[in-house]
Design a protein around this ligand. Structure first.
Ligand code: 01S
Ligand code: ZN
Ligand code: ZN
Length: 414
């Protein structure tokens, strides 16, 4: 019943540095960055097997873990951290590391009934009764809307999934560690303690930005309680580490949906009145962006309510919500364009135009694209780009394009 994975403790970071590392030539040199990722990877993905307890504290067991990982990735099993192993561990930014990153527990335990009950056993001062219940209900709903399973809140009776806030030692051999570290854990589906969810009562639980977002962690724990183990898909809810995301950036990824539907099957638009909003994945080969522009030296890629920002010297693009960067903008924009020398950025959606000068919206609200002189049959812009040499903005609309000589006149306040 117990399928808890145990986090490797901090001892590893030190242990790892003293590991036998292959002698290497220039090309295969292991950089500190590689080591950092390898350590991170080991901490995140190499968890003790089913049923075992305690933490790995010596190189022998770490080496065993590396061997397991090498086996998993189909590499020569040496137990050493050779460059090739580090490469598969860290992986290229959009590499196909693993075709099915989601994992199930051994024996694929799941709830074999269509109604599963849950109850909330106790509360903490950090969150009100309503905040707690609402966040749990939202977490439940995130999962149940994609599978033919209904979760029912019950009171005063023994539920399948008992949710509680627990102190350090709480009788299940997995004591909590106070603020930070382990935030919560859950047992895979089954009788008794199976399916139960424990939150570390000492965490700084919150539904806001500072602290640990209770709704996000609850969603992750319900994933376990329904039968999902950790996934190594970076944008998955079942990814092992908590990362601060704005709450409107939070939704299941395609990997979570595949995992949970593997266990329970799919449902066709029954409970999903609206299309399912999944966390977009920049590594998805079928992904297309709504708009792209440079702005203030960084590259911005837009998709739905999200954007990725690639800073000039950053290796990878970071996701955030459009609202966090340009709070007046809507989602699903059509085009964006920067006039670098003037610190102006235009955003287009439908027949509307938003102009930012020095990152401030020019007027209180949007303006009309017809300011640029478009005929009224133009209902939206597909793309826009500024050519510095000619100081013209090229607008693409279907099969056509327009050239517009950039003029500050458009920006004088009338
Ligand atoms: N619980 O589900 C966890 O994954 C534990 C570690 C287990 C191996 C016991 C945990 O608290 N992990 C931290 C966490 O943030 C890092 N988990 C929840 C999440 O939202 N990823
Ligand atoms: Zn516990
Ligand atoms: Zn977890």
């Amino acid at each position: 019943m117990k399928h808890l994975s145990i986090p490797l403790n901090f001892l590893f970071v030190n242990t790892l540095l003293s590991l036998p590392v292959y002698p290497h030539d220039e090309e295969n040199e292991i950089t500190p960055g590689d080591l950092y990722y390898a350590q991170k990877h080991i901490k995140q993905f190499l968890t003790l097997g089913d049923g075992s307890e305690g933490l790995i504290q010596n190189e022998d067991s770490l080496s065993t873990k590396i061997k397991e990982d090498q086996e998993f990735y189909g590499r020569q099993v040496t137990g050493n951290l050779d460059p090739g192993t580090i490469e598969v561990m860290t992986g290229p930014p959009c590499g196909f590391l693993d075709p099915a990153p989601y994992r199930l527990y051994p024996g694929k335990p799941r709830w074999n009934k269509s109604f599963v009950t849950y109850s909330v056993v106790n509360y903490v001062p950090q969150l009100s009764y309503f905040e707690t219940e609402l966040a749990i209900w939202k977490a439940v709903n995130i999962w149940q809307k994609v599978i033919p399973l209904t979760l029912v809140r019950v009171y005063n009776i023994e539920a399948d999934i008992m949710i509680s806030f627990e102190p350090r030692v709480h009788g299940d051999n997995f004591p909590f560690d106070g603020r930070g570290g382990t935030l919560a854990h859950a047992f895979s589906p089954g009788q008794g303690i199976g399916g139960n969810i424990h939150f570390d009562r000492e965490e700084h639980w919150t539904l806001r930005r500072n602290g640990v977002n209770f709704f996000h962690v609850a969603t992750h724990e319900f994933g376990h309680a329904l039968g999902l183990a950790h996934s190594n898909y970076r944008s998955a809810v079942m990814y092992p580490t908590y990362s601060k995301r704005h709450s409107n950036l939070f939704s299941l990824s395609i990997d979570d949906v595949r995992g949970i539907q593997h266990l329970y099957g799919t449902i066709q638009m029954l409970k999903q009145e609206s299309a399912l909003q999944l966390m977009p994945d920049k590594c998805d080969p079928s992904m297309s962006f709504d708009a792209v522009t440079k702005a203030n030296g960084d590259i911005f890629l837009f998709k739905n309510e999200y954007l990725w920002r690639k800073a000039q010297n950053a290796a990878d693009a970071k996701i955030s919500s459009i609202q966090d960067v340009w709070s007046d903008l809507p989602s699903n924009i059509n085009a964006a364009c920067e006039i670098p020398g003037e610190d102006i950025i235009y955003f287009f959606k439908g027949s509307k135009l938003w102009t930012y000068t020095n990152n401030k919206l020019n007027r209180r609200s949007s303006q009309s694209i017809y300011l640029f002189g478009f005929p009224t049959y133009v209902k939206k812009i597909d793309a826009a780009v500024f050519i510095p040499q000619t100081r013209k903005i090229i607008f693409f609309v279907g099969k056509m394009f327009w050239r517009h000589v950039f003029s500050l006149l458009l920006h004088s306040s009338i």
